[in-house]
Write a protein that binds this ligand. Structure first.
Ligand code: GAR
Length: 221
C-alpha cells in the first residue's frame, strides 16, 4: 500500500553517537510502503556522526548541547521544546545517552521507544556486553521498550536473542547484537506507525488491541 508521505506518522529520532540504528531506520523509510517518515534528528552532541548521516539523507537536524546547561531539567526543557515544535507522533531514542527527567518522559510517554543492548530486565544501564560476558551468559541480545520514568525499565515490546560464543569479547558481541538491533527496531517502529502498538497505563502494552502478556521474540537470524 502506498501511503502519501505527508500523511505518514512523524518520527523524530534522538541519537548521541554513530547513528547506526538511525541509518537502519533511514533505510527502512526509503521503502515507500514504510508507514512512517523521519521528520528530524536531534542530538545532545553537536558533532555526533548521527547528525551527519541524517543531513546526508536530507533530514532536518538539530542539537541541544547538554554541556551548556547547568541542570538536567534545563537541558530537558529546551530539548522538549525543540521536539514539540516538530510535532512528532513518535520519538525514537537510538543510542541517545542521556538520562531523561521524569517530566520529560511523561511528556512523551506512550510515544517514545528505546533500543537497549541487553535482554531486559537484565543489565540496565551501561557496559551490557561485558556484564553478560562476566556473568557467563550463553544468550544475550537486544530489547525494544517503551520509555517510562523507570530508566531502561519501561515495558518491553520485543527482543532478539544472540548466542554468546566462547571466544567473544565485548566488541564482537556488541557487533552481533547491533546487527539484530538494526533488524528489530525498524520492525517495532513499523508496528507503532501502523497503530498496532499501544502503551496502556504505565506498564501494559497492547498489540493489535490485545494485551501483550509475553515479550515478542522475533526470529531474526
Ligand atoms: C546501540 O547499540 C544501542 O543499543 C545503545 O547504544 C548504541 C548506539 O549505537 N543504546 C544504549 O546503550 C541505551 N542505553 P548507534 O549510535 O550506532 O545506533
Amino acid at each position: 500500500m502506498n501511503i502519501p508521505e505527508l500523511e505518514k506518522p512523524r518520527i523524530l529520532v534522538l541519537a548521541s553517537g554513530q547513528g547506526s540504528n538511525l541509518q537502519a531506520l533511514i533505510t527502512a523509510c526509503r521503502d515507500r510502503d514504510f508507514p512512517g517518515q523521519i521528520v528530524a534528528v536531534g542530538s545532545n552532541r553537536p558533532n555526533a556522526f548521527a547528525l551527519e548521516r541524517a543531513a546526508q539523507a536530507g533530514i532536518e537536524t538539530f542539537s541541544v548541547d547538554h554541556t551548556r546547561y547547568d541542570t538536567r531539567e534545563e537541558f530537558d526543557n529546551v530539548l522538549r521544546l525543540e521536539i514539540e515544535r516538530r510535532s512528532p507522533d513518535l520519538v525514537v531514542l537510538a543510542g541517545f545517552m542521556r538520562i531523561l527527567t521524569p517530566a520529560f518522559v511523561r511528556a512523551f510517554q506512550g510515544r517514545m521507544l528505546n533500543v537497549h543492548p541487553s535482554l531486559l530486565p537484565k543489565y540496565q544501564g551501561l557496559h551490557t556486553h561485558q556484564r553478560a560476558l562476566d556473568a557467563g551468559d550463553t544468550v544475550h541480545g537486544v530489547s525494544i521498550h517503551f520509555v517510562t520514568e523507570d530508566l531502561d525499565g519501561g515495558p518491553v515490546v520485543a527482543q532478539a536473542e544472540v548466542a554468546v560464543n566462547s571466544d567473544d569479547d565485548a566488541e564482537s558481541l556488541a557487533a552481533r547484537v547491533q546487527e539484530q538491533e538494526h533488524i528489530l527496531y525498524p520492525i517495532v517502529i513499523r508496528w507503532f506507525c501502523e497503530g498496532r502498538l499501544q502503551l496502556t497505563g504505565d506498564d501494559r502494552i497492547e498489540f493489535d488491541r490485545t494485551p501483550l502478556t509475553e515479550v515478542l521474540r522475533l526470529s531474526t537470524a
